[in-house]
Design a protein around this ligand. Structure first.
Ligand code: CA
Length: 231
């Protein structure tokens, strides 16, 4: 399961460095340089993480941070704010506009990656751990095994990825397009109906013994892992 990072940075050299190194770490990286385009990108790609430079053209990083935190659809997204050393650094710390962590330029890639993982572990443990639990469902990303209670669930690779997407955000409704994007990838052409087929297979495997269906169909919207399931 790849983690989507939106890198907001206007220095070209740093853009390339971050894109190259974070991709190598397995993150799916999108770079945006113009502060005015950031919110549109956030809504479009729905990143799991935002790395945000403080000094940007048009809109400051602080203002973007405020906007991300102000909206219900985006306020959960973890943010690391990047600042220059000195006065700016002090101001960012003093302002505390809702960033989860701060990093001062220049920083090493290994430090950045460690910080990103630490923030993700804290804010959204379901996205980084190798074993994720929800109610009686256990998903292990290393062994690709899924259990419901004590029962082993046999899933194909697509159904496994689907469950992985759902389990990261119980309760969140994913449209078919969003599931296509996250499970099949953006560059693949697959019909929306294919999503229904694979959700059907996932359900069949999970509910083989007539258990309660943990997946909710939301009419005209898509699918969600029922957050009320299992109490
Ligand atoms: Ca800058």
């Amino acid at each position: 399961m790849s983690i989507k990072i939106l890198v907001v940075e206007d220095e070209e050299a740093l853009q390339h460095l971050l894109e190259y190194n974070l991709s190598r770490e397995g993150f799916e990286v999108t770079v945006v340089a113009d502060g005015a385009e950031v919110m549109d990108m956030v809504h479009e790609i729905e990143p799991d993480f935002v790395l945000l430079d403080w000094m940007l053209p048009n809109i400051s990083g602080i203002e973007i941070c405020r906007q991300i935190r102000a909206k219900t659809a985006t306020r959960h997204i973890p943010i690391i704010m990047v600042t220059a050393r000195g006065e700016e650094e002090d101001r960012v710390r003093g302002l505390d506009k809702g960033a989860d962590d701060y990093l001062t330029k220049p920083f090493s890639i290994s430090e950045l990656v460690a910080r990103i993982k630490a923030v993700l572990r804290r804010v959204n443990p379901a996205i980084v751990g190798s074993v994720v639990n929800f109610a009686d469902i256990t998903l292990d990303r290393e062994t690709m095994r899924v259990k419901r209670g004590k029962r082993n669930i046999d899933l194909g690779p697509t159904e496994f990825k689907l469950l992985d997407v759902f389990i990261q955000r119980p309760g969140r409704v994913f449209s078919r397009e969003q599931l296509l994007d996250r499970v099949w990838g953006q560059d693949v052409y697959v019909e929306n109906r294919t999503v229904d087929v694979h959700v059907g297979r996932l359900r069949k495997a999970l509910n083989k013994r007539g258990e309660i269906d943990p997946i909710r169909t939301v009419r005209a919207s898509g699918y969600a892992l029922d957050e009320t399931y299992g109490g």
